[in-house]
Design a protein around this ligand. Structure first.
Ligand code: AMP
Length: 513
């Protein structure tokens, strides 16, 4: 935006956001202020991934119980404002209670998340808390209308509830979870840590220590709730000053208690140190990490990813083939590709099936039980696929399918937004590049080998450059390198060299016992 706004009215906020072009990616970080390193991490991530960043600070009375710390909750607006400005935030939204609840809080329209999510864990000792959180977060999401909203994994139950509300109420925002930020001694950062005396702090550390002990047991092969919770209780027994509220193993999305971790579990813990209530948690993930390979067309992504998948025993997910298949379907049915609703509606009815067991063969693809493995490689599909993939509704449908395929981990996927958008939590992200000249050369050779040499090298180069530009400029999920991706340029590297680099990187990221 080029300016820093600190706004306290919804009118001002909407005026500021109203000036943005529809192509702008908007990131939003809701907070209660007293900003610390945890908030900073969310804001920095939003800054890296979005064109415009909005942060809100609102100590929401609706989510505090009558005996809780609403009055004494730390308020450090001046320092928070300075910090936001330093971090390159565009808009800081700081409404007061009357601005957000102009008709009071007694007769407010409320967002009531499902009881199965709110009546567990923190919900048991904080009745009504998550209703208050969901109501204010949904109000803020409606006001800001962000593309992406950033939440801390620290508040794991809040995160699960927000995700569920957003899905249930059909909001378009992407909810991004960011890892817990801790002090050097392990204590999870929290605005409430300001309440702790030195002695309290030593007691509070028992929470993160007990989670570390349980994590070590998990790495040694303990997967049952009893094996993971026993060392936590053993450790906490040494700290009688800590009043434990709960220590539980649940599923991170459904919050259903788990007896044993099959794929992923959330070990969540809460307790009081004096008057201060603290929470902490850790994710214990048995799934193999996802390998995400992104890069421009012709960088060698598909060959490299296929081979790396085979070497690592991962399932190869050919997202390009998915986009090609639906493009083929549109062409086959004579759809006007500019007629977005018709295209999206048609694709929403399509059933796709992919099979990539042989790394030396192209992925086999069926659409509505018709095999199209060959047909989707035609020049016509190649020329049109970018246009179809640029449609927001098409991408939404494909991304949903890709995430479902990746839900149990252990897949290798390549495309143009795998690490940034489809699997932002991928364990290893590679950005594979090659110069346009090199890519055009490779494509030309490939077409010659297939006997389809009706395009000259120059024409191919022009096509590739045009596609790069279109991908970078498209409004929905534009093509860019993820902040945590490792870039490999393949201009002077053989395929084997690239594959072995990736295999090595992946193995080095597997959890060590
Ligand atoms: P709060 O201001 O406490 O409501 O928190 C605002 C956002 O920051 C929420 O999404 C929190 O989950 C997140 N957050 C708070 N503490 C941490 C932390 N230590 N690490 C990561 N995120 C955090």
């Amino acid at each position: 935006m080029g300016m820093f706004y600190c706004l306290s009215t919804t009118a001002g906020l909407q005026a500021a956001l109203g000036t943005l072009s529809p192509a702008t990616t908007l990131g939003f970080v809701p907070t209660m202020g007293a900003l610390h390193g945890g908030h900073v991490a969310l804001i920095q991530r939003a800054r890296q991934e979005c064109d415009v960043v909005v942060v809100s600070i609102f100590v929401n009375p609706l989510q505090f119980g009558p005996q809780e710390d609403l009055e004494r909750y730390p308020r450090t607006l001046e320092a928070d404002t300075r910090l936001c400005q330093e971090l390159g935030v565009d808009v800081l939204f700081v409404p007061d209670v009357a601005e957000l609840y102009p008709r009071g809080m007694e007769t407010l329209t409320l967002v009531e998340p499902p009881r199965e999510l709110t009546e567990r864990l923190c919900g048991r000792s904080r009745p009504g808390h998550f209703r208050g959180v969901a109501t204010v977060v949904l109000k803020l999401l409606h006001l800001v209308q962000p593309d992406r909203a950033y939440f801390g994994q620290k508040d794991a139950q809040q995160l699960a509830i927000i995700r569920r509300c957003v899905a249930d109420l059909n909001l378009e925002v992407e909810i991004i979870a960011c890892p817990i930020v801790r002090d050097a001694d392990g204590l999870a950062l929290s605005s409430r840590n300001q309440y702790l005396s030195e002695g309290d702090r030593a007691t509070a550390l028992a929470l993160s220590q007990s989670l570390e002990i349980a994590t070590a047991a998990f790495r040694q092969g303990c997967f049952t709730a009893s094996d993971l919770l026993a060392p936590i209780h053993n450790h906490l027994r040494q700290f009688p000053q800590l009043r434990l509220d709960y220590a539980e193993l649940v599923h991170p999305q459904t919050l259903v208690p788990l007896e044993r971790i099959e794929t992923v579990g959330l070990l969540a813990i809460a307790g009081w140190v004096g008057q201060t209530r603290l929470i902490d948690n850790c994710l214990l993930d048995r799934r193999l990490p996802i390998l995400a390979v992104d890069g421009p067309a012709g960088a060698g992504k598909s060959t490299v990813t296929r081979r790396a998948a085979q070497a690592l025993g991962l399932q190869y997910l050919d997202t390009g083939a998915m986009y090609r298949a639906v493009t083929w379907w549109c062409l086959e049915n004579n759809l006007d590709l500019r007629d977005e609703p018709a295209v999206v509606e048609a694709i929403a009815h399509c059933q796709l099936r992919l099979e990539s067991s042989d790394p030396h063969q192209p992925t086999r693809v069926w659409i509505n039980d018709r095999e199209v493995s060959q047909a989707i490689r035609s020049l016509e599909v190649t020329q049109r696929v970018s246009q179809v993939a640029a449609l927001r509704g098409v991408r939404r449908l494909m991304v949903r399918q890709q995430r479902a395929i990746g839900a149990n981990g252990g897949i290798a996927a390549e495309g143009r937004d795998i690490g940034t958008h489809v699997f932002p939590e991928a364990g290893l992200k590679i950005f594979l590049t090659a110069s346009p000249a090199e890519r055009a050369q490779r494509r030309w050779q490939e077409l010659q080998q297939q006997g389809q040499c009706d395009l000259s090298y120059e024409e191919l180069l022009a096509q590739i450059t045009a596609r790069d530009t279109a991908d970078q400029q498209r409004t929905y999920a534009p093509f860019r390198k993820a902040a945590d991706a490792i870039e490999i340029c393949t201009d002077n590297l053989g395929i084997d060299e690239v594959v072995s680099k990736i295999v090595h990187l992946y193995r080095s990221r597997l959890p060590q016992p």
